[in-house]
Design a protein around this ligand. Structure first.
Ligand SMILES: *Cc1c(COP(=O)(O)O)cnc(C)c1O
Length: 431
């Protein structure tokens, strides 16, 4: 696609964008009386206008029905998680029975590891990406220790090659094969939060299964952003949060995926709670846990209705827009951003993109690395109404003063960002 670096061209792409009206369904935070240039959906997605009414609806339901709200209305609270299954399944490429919304992300990661990380003296290793999001690192370390193993030995981190910032699939597969029969679990992010690299989850899953290990994914930066086919890939489990690309508000609930081949196995060990128990006799309050089939059998507690209501309002928008259409726009939008940032970079020579150039290896986020004046550049963008973020990190290993080297992460999301915004951002970046 021959992109052009003009405002008129950016506007023409917006005019041709079949999803452009979705922006009107969101509140764009203001900056100096105008819309800010919000490129931070990777951190906290924007508020859908429908969220307030959805929340109000449940407050009203509570006001009117009290405890009977669990059983009354079109969306009785006792079944509320089911009203999010179809849309969640659409987002992650799963069957409805394979997904459930519950708890929060790190909690679900631990719950899944209870079932899928059961190390033995021979097979105890976890293979993961180096520099994973810290919560994932802490979860892995603490799980390993809790089973009596030493993280130094049990956790294998796959690192980029010397002079490279992102991972090669062949190196991930090699690491899995190399640790073969000692590997219990291969646990990767879908998209790395720092570099924006989208991993080949199909290849990783297949490699894990070839050596007899489980494959799990943290989709915090992938859900609602990247194309996912968890069922067809055969992933064993996955978890994600809803407040990043999924626009469901701070601390919004998490989703979990358990592949059908495990979901229907009641013998699979798990930490249990009453909401995971067979719904037909859940309220008989009897002894003896009998799990629901599917991912529902991992639920602990009754639904957090207010946050689920907001999540549902948001998921309904994704379902309506559809993931394939969002992805098509996303590739074009991020491709345009890449084109413009590269031009600006040639002009100034001050920054470069570390996210892979291959659209199959990224979602919408680009990570722009600068080695000098990074924080200053970021502060200037912020003053001009750009919302993105700054992660200080020196990738070269050379001595530099604080505030110089780091990454500016920008994530134009296909639901509410425009080509014009991407154009404006590149102008601000380059000047
Ligand atoms: C955002 C993020 C988290 C945060 O976890 P919470 O439990 O929702 O606070 C964890 N892991 C990854 C990969 C993330 O991107």
């Amino acid at each position: 696609m021959p992109y052009q670096a003009t405002l008129a061209y950016a506007k023409s792409l917006d005019e041709q964008d079949p999803l452009r009206h979705f922006r009107d369904q969101f509140y764009i935070p203001p900056h100096n009386g105008k819309d800010s240039l919000y490129l931070c959906g990777n951190s906290l997605g924007l508020q859908p206008k429908s969220a307030e009414a959805a929340l109000q609806h449940e407050l009203e339901h509570w006001k009117t029905h009290g405890v009977e709200g669990h059983f009354r209305g079109d969306m009785p609270w006792k079944d509320y998680h089911k009203f999010l299954a179809r849309q969640s399944a659409h987002v992650v490429g799963a069957q409805e029975k394979e997904v459930v919304v519950m708890n929060t992300l790190t909690t679900n990661l631990h719950l899944m590891m209870v079932s899928f990380y059961r190390p033995t003296a021979e097979r105890y290793k976890i293979i993961m990406e180096a520099s994973a999001f810290p919560s994932d690192q802490y979860a892995m370390e603490s799980q390993v220790r809790w089973h009596g193993f030493d993280p130094e030995e049990a956790i294998v981190e796959v690192k980029p090659r010397e002079g490279e910032e992102t991972l090669r699939t062949e190196d991930i597969v090699d690491a899995i094969e190399q640790h073969g029969t000692t590997t219990a679990l291969v646990m990767f992010g879908g998209v790395n939060y720092f570099t924006g690299q989208l991993f080949d989850m199909k290849a990783i899953t297949e490699a894990a299964h070839r050596v007899g290990a489980y494959a799990g994914f943290d989709l915090a930066h992938a859900a609602g952003n990247a194309p996912l086919q968890l069922h067809d890939w055969g992933a064993d489990f996955a978890v994600w949060c809803s407040y990043k690309y999924l626009n469901s508000g701070p601390g919004g609930p998490s989703g979990a995926f358990v592949h059908a081949r495990h979901g229907n196995n009641p013998e699979l060990p798990r930490f249990a709670g009453w909401w995971g128990h067979d719904e037909d006799d859940r309220f008989l309050m009897r002894k003896g846990f009998k799990p629901m089939p599917g991912a529902e059998g991992w639920q602990l507690s009754n639904a957090q209705i207010f946050s689920f209501a907001v999540h549902k309002a948001s998921l309904d928008i994704f379902y309506q827009a559809s993931m394939p259409a969002l992805r098509a726009k996303s590739e074009l939008l991020t491709g345009y951003l890449e084109f413009l940032v590269q031009q600006a970079s040639e002009d100034s020579g001050r920054f470069r993109i570390i996210t892979p150039g291959d659209p199959k290896q990224r979602g919408c986020q680009l990570s722009i690395y600068t080695e000098s004046g990074g924080k200053q550049l970021f502060d200037r963008l912020s003053e001009q109404g750009v919302v993105c973020d700054w992660r200080e990190d020196n990738l070269s290993g050379k001595q530099v003063a604080p505030g110089e080297a780091g990454v500016i992460r920008v994530a134009p999301t296909p639901l509410y960002n425009t080509f014009e915004e991407v154009y404006t951002f590149s102008q601000l970046l380059g000047h």
